[in-house]
Design a protein around this ligand. Sequence first.
Ligand code: KG4
Ligand code: ZN
Length: 422
Amino acid sequence: MKILAIETSCDETAVAIIETSKSEHDRVRVLSHIVSSQAQIHSAYGGVFPAVAKREHARTLVPILEKSLREADLSKNAAKNERMANDRQSPPSNPNTSHATTTPLPIYSQILENLRIDYDREKEMWNMLFEFLPQMEQPQIDAIAVTKGPGLEPALWVGINFARFLASFFNLPLLPINHMEGHIAAASAKSDSHGILLADISYPAIALLVSGGHTELILSKKEGEYKIIGETQDDAAGEAFDKVARLLGLPYPGGPEISRLAKSARKMNKDSGTEQNPKLPRPMLHSNDFKFSFSGLKTAVLYSIQKESPLSPERKARYAMKFEDAVTEVLISKTFKAVEKHRAKTLLLSGGVAANEHLRLSFLETAAEFGDFEFVPAGPAMATDNALMIAIAAYKKFELVGNKSYIDPSHLRADGNLRVGE
Ligand code: KG4
Ligand code: ZN
């Protein structure tokens, strides 16, 4: 089975193609895995700007799709392409398919109309697609997966409309995927020399998802069943990293920057980790639940640096380290309490913040103290947003519920607040 997946929930435009086989259910071949980050563009705004994210997705999707199909060897040679184009009665030379067009060919506009897609909103993207489609034949793909939510709704819609159109045009099944289930799937995907091996998860399992938009502890009693048992009351962990980075004058996205500075501080002064200065709070550490809060921690950093600005590079690095320590301590404490309470056999860790080296090492150390228990973190490259995780989540869903995982393209809507288990 070949699945093409599209992810546009935030500021990465991503397309992936995987191939699975009936004989080896736990193996995935990655035919293509492309992530185009808009981080540099958003950096000027100090965070993700939804209207810009949407525009960039629309600009990037067609070129990435083309590249992805080429990488997966699913786009055929020119001669064949031309035959296809003729079969479809939409010759590539038709001036109607050029970028400048204002009315798409009837075969395209009919689909847009059926799906109630407003061509004018993403005109540039549709024109690029309509110029590309006659050059390709029916791709050897069995299904299209796309992120339905959660995320920035304007950004999600671009990917969703794109996927709805492709599914309708090529008459392929469409699978809507929850972005957070994608992050969970990313944790179970282990790369080896043959591709990806999907870890066999023992249940009950706890997943900690820490990203720019979410901090969630999820209990899973069996495959495909999820219950959020705790989440942040205000800022997400990644958001806190980004905001504190901004306070320290570091560019967006702040997580990798803080991580880098904190690492240098740890190297500079090995014993500084135990020194209290600056003393930062551990919000909700002792609350008797699995709720998180990171907004107070950010404010504590703000007040503290106000008293000593301007900060020297060494002090900045120290703040980065102390902030990283505070976030890590809270996440570890709550997560392992959840592991104990629910007698979890597996702990999955994923989401952009899970790329943080200090956090990963600290989780590894703590997990090692638990016997008869498996810690399954997403690899650093798989922890941040990508479409491979969406493709894998789609495959898992299909394996679990078969055709029930499909949705009629005309029914799919973006849901910025989609939650797992609902
Ligand atoms: O999962 P993700 O790529 O996108 C969302 O779904 O939000 O997560 C992005 C978040 C950003 O807040 C970014 O600063 C953070 O993950 N992040 C990190 C690191 N790499 C990315 N935070 C801490 N340390 C990192 N190395
Ligand atoms: Zn994410």
